[in-house]
Design a protein around this ligand. Structure first.
Ligand SMILES: C[S@@+](CC[C@H](N)C(=O)[O-])C[C@H]1O[C@@H](n2cnc3c(N)ncnc32)[C@H](O)[C@@H]1O
Length: 299
């Protein structure tokens, strides 16, 4: 079989399995199977493919055809121009989340003119957000947490690969519970799980059957994590510190309302992603937060 024939076979197979962009998927899987780049495939269309390589292609195509995400099969995903390792222990970072990085960077630019900013990312997954910030900001103190020890292992590997291990401390724990009163940050940010219980079954099989549920499920109405974070965050923020949240489509107004109702923040602002969807809600901490309330919440 030639490269061209193998490419056509894999494309037809993936199309029959209902995979979007079957040709692109086939190219990437074939390139992986025969250790060439996608571009090289087209220079060598009439070269023969070895039997072993055909078997590898068949195996990878079967995995993809059954709905396994291409990123898990290939083992990596680009985010903020950084090549990140991904596997089923972590959510595949989405391009929309780069909006949260952009908004954070504009806030950090202002803070870093006065001091070395301290940043806390809750639910780091692959480490995509924290690593992007560490790459962009020369002097920064970052802590990245996750409840999943498996995810943290991936995030640590990615930080090492990106050369920013020395800038990020990784902490395992439930939201803000690993931190004590007095441990405050200039910026707290999170892309928390925000899919509601009822929407989980409507997700594509790629997401539903392969990505970690702990990274997706935001409880009954999808807003469970926002409720907890919004009530806790003011007590871990510096005066004038910033709180940034990625939100799902149609969640921005509910999350903004929660922030206004909580009372520990100035009026929240919203930022849209490239598709025009309100994707980030950000709010600055009020000068004074009621520390008696903090004590009640920590009990
Ligand atoms: C939507 S994913 C975001 C991952 C990554 N930050 C990104 O944007 O690609 C949410 C992350 O929160 C973590 N998580 C879930 N529950 C948590 C909790 N109670 N405390 C801390 N992290 C949690 C999940 O393991 C997952 O890595």
């Amino acid at each position: 079989m030639t490269i061209l024939e193998a490419l056509n076979w894999a494309t037809d197979y993936l199309r029959d399995c209902g995979i979007d962009h079957p040709r692109l998927n086939a190219e990437l899987l074939l390139a992986r199977s025969i250790h060439l780049s996608r571009e090289e495939l087209y220079i060598r269309l009439h070269d023969q493919v070895m039997e072993e390589e055909i078997k590898t292609l068949e195996g990878l195509s079967r995995r993809r055809g059954s709905g396994e995400p291409l990123q898990y099969i290939l083992g990596h995903q680009e985010f903020w121009s950084i090549d990140l390792k991904v596997d089923p222990r972590v959510l595949i970072p989405r391009p929309d989340t780069e909006r949260l990085v952009e908004e954070s960077l504009s806030i950090l630019a202002k803070i870093s003119s006065k001091k070395i900013p301290s940043v806390l990312e809750l639910g780091t997954g692959s480490g995509a957000i924290a690593i992007s910030l560490a790459k962009e900001v020369k002097n920064i103190f970052l802590v990245a947490t996750d409840l999943s020890g498996d995810a943290l292992m991936v995030a640590k590997e990615n930080a090492k690969q990106a050369g920013v291990s020395d800038k990020i401390g990784f902490v395992k724990g439930d939201l803000l519970s690993p931190f004590h009163q007095g441990e405050t940050f200039d910026l707290i940010l999170s892309n928390p799980p925000y899919i509601s219980d009822s929407e989980i079954s409507d997700l594509s099989r790629e997401v539903r059957d392969h990505e970690p549920l702990i990274a997706l499920n935001g409880g009954k109405d999808g807003l469970e994590f926002y409720r907890k974070l919004i009530s806790q965050a003011p007590y871990y923020l510096e005066k004038e510190g910033w709180f940034l949240l990625e939100v799902g489509s149609n969640q921005a107004s509910s999350v903004s309302e929660m922030i206004e109702t909580e009372g520990g923040f100035e009026k929240p602002e919203r930022a849209k992603d490239l598709s025009g969807i309100e994707r980030v809600v950000k709010a600055q901490r009020k000068w004074k937060v009621d520390s008696r309330k903090w004590r009640v919440e920590k009990k």
